[in-house]
Design a protein around this ligand. Structure first.
Ligand code: ADE
Length: 233
């Protein structure tokens, strides 16, 4: 059971895609919950402003610390605070595993140029990025972080083996996952090319299949993500 508090200007973006499929079923079962809080509800002026121009000049608007703090203090229980930002440490499977074990996570989603630094300092926000590219807001990043945590909760994935076997899981030793095949064993595509399932996978020799898969994982990782091999010798 994990609860996500979302501090956002777009609460209607939640649960979004997480209302579907396995995460949606887990939500309905009560395996996880969310509480989307509209930061604008904590604005104090008639225009419901939440942002202002940056000190020192420059483009864009900055979300105000005092208003975000009011939203944050409306939460009943204090929790680990995360600010989604391209400036943060990059989310990886080890961090996902750690976060998925928390009871509550508060995710601050910024818009505009970002948030006043003082809210991050005053309330110990950890900054987390989902990758080296810039989104127009933290909400899609929060949904991705949530998805990656939810699928690790007990009972969410049908086959307990699966989460460990895939890319970055412990069974692949942090490497990318080997390729998968299913029926038909021989398939001719629309261009007339025939593609056969590798013989070894149809051999029934489980030791050899395991070796083949490990070899495929290594080759794929070498070709696509050689940086991962350096960490996993
Ligand atoms: N907000 C904007 N870009 C982001 C990113 N790459 N990761 C997390 N939050 C973001």
């Amino acid at each position: 059971m994990i609860n996500f508090n979302l501090l956002t200007l777009f609460p209607e973006m939640f649960p979004g895609m997480l209302g579907q499929s396995l995460a949606g079923k887990a939500l309905a079962r009560g395996d996880w919950s969310f509480n989307a809080i509209n930061i604008r509800d904590f604005s104090t002026d008639n225009h419901k402003t939440v942002d202002d121009t940056p000190y020192g000049g420059g483009a864009g608007m900055v979300m105000r610390a005092d208003i975000i703090e009011h939203a944050l203090l409306s939460l009943k229980k204090p929790s680990r605070n995360i600010y989604l930002s391209p400036r943060g440490k990059v989310l990886n499977q080890a961090l996902v595993k750690e976060l998925s074990q928390e009871q509550d996570l508060t995710l601050l989603c910024g818009r505009y140029e970002g948030v006043d630094q003082r809210i991050l300092d005053a309330h110990d926000f950890e900054e987390v990025s989902i990758g080296d590219y810039v989104l127009s807001g933290g909400e899609p990043a929060a949904l991705i972080l949530m998805d990656s945590c939810i699928r690790l909760l007990p009972n969410v994935m049908g086959n307990v083996d699966t989460a460990d076997n895939e890319s970055f899981g412990s069974a692949t030793n942090g490497l990318l996952e080997y390729p998968h095949y299913t029926r038909p064993a021989s398939w001719t595509d629309a261009k007339g090319n025939t593609h056969n399932v590798p013989d070894i996978l149809q051999s029934g020799n489980h030791a050899k299949i395991k070796d083949w898969r490990r070899e495929q994982s290594k080759k794929l990782t070498q070709a696509v993500r050689p940086d991962l091999l350096k960490k996993n010798v």
